[in-house]
Ligand binder design. Structure first.
Ligand code: HEM
Length: 483
C-alpha cells in the first residue's frame, strides 16, 4: 500500500498522465498476449505484429505480461530519456541472469560500477589504429571467396558471412582464428564455434521465459558452456603467462605486429576469469551483428539491380585496388547503403531497460500523448528500432522503401534519436566503427571479385529473430565471376 501511495504521489508531483493501455482481457498474467506472441514466433511474424500494435495503439502504450508491467515505445524522446538523459534510472534487467552461465560478467551483461569498469577496460581497444587494420579481414575474406562457386550454382551467403565474422572476430579477440571457413570437420576450433552457437541459442530461450528463464538449463547447455570456457581459458592462460611483469607493453606487442585484443587487455588486468568474460561478451555482441548486416545488404542487392549498379560503379572507381581505411570512408554510396540497411533491418530490432527506481518518461500520457508517464520501479520499458525506423512522420511517405539516396546530405534527413541501430547514450555500441569497416571492406572485396549476383530465392523477406535479426532461409544467390 505504501509503495502504491508513494507511486501516486510521485506521479502527481511530476505531472504524469496515465499511459494508453494495450487492450487485454486480463492484466495479471497477460495470457492472451502470451498466446499471441507464441503464435507470432511460430509464424515468424513478431516484427510485423509489433508494427501493427504501434499502428493501432500509438507510439507509447502499456501492458502486463508474465506478472510484469511493461511500457512499449517508439518515441525518440522517450528512448533518449531512457538511454541517455535518465541513464541512471534504468538497468539491463535480467540479462546477467539470462547470459550468466555462458558470458559471466562483462561489458554486455553488467550494470553499475562493474559495467563502468568493463567499459573503461574495453573501450580504449577500439581505437582508430586498430579498426583500420584491414589485413586480418583480407585473409578471411579470401577464405570465403574460395568457398563461393563460380559455375552459377547456388550459395547461401548468410552461412558464409556468419563463418567469416566468427573467424575474423576470434582472430581479433584471441589472436587465433577458429578458421571455420577452412575446417568443416570436428576440430577443437570447430567444436568451439558449434558450442558457442548452441549455448547462445539457449540463452535466447532463457531470455524469452522472463523471470523463469533463470531456471531453464539443460545438460547440453552446461556442456557447451564448458567447451567454450575451456577453449578460451587455454588461450587466456597462455597470454597471461607470456606477460612480462616488468614490462607488459613489450609482451603485448607480439603476434607478428597484428593487433590482438587479448594482448592489449592483459596490459590492464591479468585476472583470467575477467579476461575470459570480457572476450566472450564482445564475441557475442560483435559476431552475429556484423554477419546480419552483411546478409541483409546482400538480400537487397540480389533483388535490386538499381542499387547494385551505382554501388558497382563506385567500387569500379577503385580499379580493383584493395581499399584502405581512408578509401572506405570516402565511399558515399556504400555508406548510405549500409545506413539504409540498418534502418529497415536493424540487427537488434527490439531492446529493453528496467527502471531501478520510481521515474518517468517524458511522453505518452493520455489523451494527447504529450504528458509524461509514471514508470514505477521494476517496470520494463521496451523500445523497437525496427518499428521506429519505419515511422512515416520521421522518414516520409516512402519510409517502407529501401532507398539509400535518402541519406544523401541534399535530402536533409536528420532523424536524431529516431535512428538507433547502434543504441545511444553511455552504452552505445563500442564496435560500431569496427562493424562498418568490416562490412564495407567485405562488400568491396566481394564485388571486386564478382561482377554481380543472381537471386535464387523468389520468396519475400522473412524474419529470423534469435538474439539478433537474420534472414530466414538465408541469402541464396549465384555469384557471377568477373572473368
Ligand atoms: C552491424 C553491427 C552491429 C550492430 C548493429 C550493433 C548494435 C549494438 C547495439 C544495439 C548495442 C546495445 C545493446 C544494449 O545495450 O542493449 C550494442 C552494444 C555493444 N556492441 Fe555492438 N553492434 C554491432 C557490432 C559490434 C561489433 C563488431 C562489436 C565488437 C567487436 C560490438 C560490440 C558491442 C559491445 C561490447 C556492446 C556493449 C556495450 C555496452 O554495454 O557498454 N558490436 N551493439
Amino acid at each position: 500500500i505504501y509503495t502504491y501511495i508513494e507511486g501516486i504521489r510521485f506521479s502527481r508531483a511530476h505531472g504524469c498522465k496515465p499511459a494508453k493501455r494495450f487492450p487485454q482481457s486480463e492484466r495479471i498474467i497477460g495470457y492472451d498476449l502470451y498466446k499471441q506472441q507464441q503464435e507470432a514466433a511460430r509464424t515468424k511474424s513478431l516484427l510485423a505484429r509489433g508494427l501493427k500494435r504501434y499502428a493501432d495503439n500509438g507510439p507509447t502504450f502499456s501492458f502486463s505480461f508474465m506478472g510484469n508491467t511493461f511500457v512499449s515505445t517508439i518515441d525518440p524522446e522517450n528512448i533518449k530519456h531512457i538511454l541517455a538523459t535518465q541513464f541512471g534510472d534504468f538497468v539491463l534487467g535480467s540479462r546477467s541472469v539470462t547470459f550468466g552461465p555462458l558470458l559471466g560478467r562483462g561489458i554486455f551483461t553488467s550494470d553499475g560500477t562493474h559495467w563502468e569498469h568493463s567499459r573503461a577496460l574495453v573501450r580504449p581497444n577500439f581505437t582508430r589504429a586498430q579498426v583500420a587494420d584491414l589485413n586480418t579481414f583480407e585473409t578471411h575474406i579470401q577464405h570465403m571467396i574460395a568457398k563461393i562457386p563460380r559455375d552459377g550454382s547456388t550459395v547461401d551467403l548468410q552461412t558464409l558471412f556468419f563463418r567469416l565474422t566468427l573467424d575474423s572476430a576470434t582472430e581479433f579477440l584471441f589472436g587465433e582464428s577458429v578458421h571455420s571457413l577452412l575446417h568443416p570437420d570436428n576440430s577443437e576450433e570447430q567444436e568451439f564455434g558449434r558450442a558457442f552457437d548452441a549455448a547462445q541459442n539457449l540463452c535466447g530461450r532463457r531470455g524469452r521465459l522472463g523471470k523463469l528463464g533463470a531456471y531453464y538449463t539443460t545438460k547440453d547447455f552446461q556442456k557447451n558452456c564448458k567447451t567454450v570456457h575451456d577453449f578460451v581459458d587455454k588461450i587466456v592462460m597462455k597470454a597471461v603467462k607470456d606477460v612480462d611483469p616488468q614490462d607488459p607493453e613489450k609482451t603485448a606487442s607480439g603476434n607478428g605486429g597484428r593487433y590482438v585484443f587479448l594482448n592489449e587487455m592483459v596490459k590492464s588486468t591479468r585476472d583470467p576469469k575477467q579476461l575470459r568474460d570480457e572476450l566472450l561478451n564482445i564475441l557475442l555482441a560483435g559476431r552475429d551483428t556484423t554477419a546480419s548486416l552483411l546478409s541483409h545488404t546482400f538480400h537487397v542487392l540480389a533483388r535490386r539491380p538499381d542499387i547494385l549498379k551505382p554501388l558497382q560503379n563506385e567500387i569500379d572507381e577503385l580499379n580493383g585496388k584493395v581499399p584502405d581505411y581512408e578509401t572506405l570512408k570516402q565511399m558515399k554510396y556504400l555508406k548510405n547503403l549500409l545506413t539504409e540497411s540498418l534502418r529497415l533491418f536493424p540487427v537488434v530490432p527490439g531492446n529493453a531497460r528496467q527502471a531501478n527506481k520510481n521515474t518517468t518518461i517524458p511522453r505518452g500520457g493520455d489523451p494527447d500523448g504529450l504528458s509524461p508517464i509514471f514508470i514505477a520501479k521494476g517496470t520494463i520499458v521496451t523500445y523497437a528500432p525496427y518499428a521506429m525506423h519505419r515511422r512515416k512522420d520521421i522518414y516520409g511517405p516512402d519510409a517502407d522503401i529501401f532507398r539509400p539516396e535518402r541519406w544523401a546530405p541534399e535530402e536533409g534527413l536528420r532523424p536524431g534519436w529516431g535512428y538507433l541501430p547502434f543504441n545511444g547514450g553511455p552504452r552505445i555500441c563500442v564496435g560500431q566503427q569496427f562493424a562498418l569497416t568490416e562490412a564495407s571492406y567485405t562488400i568491396i572485396r566481394l564485388l571486386q571479385e564478382f561482377k554481380g549476383l543472381e537471386n535464387r530465392d523468389d520468396g519475400p523477406w522473412v524474419e529470423n529473430l534469435a538474439l539478433t535479426l537474420s534472414v530466414d532461409g538465408g541469402v541464396k544467390v549465384a555469384m557471377v565471376p568477373r572473368s
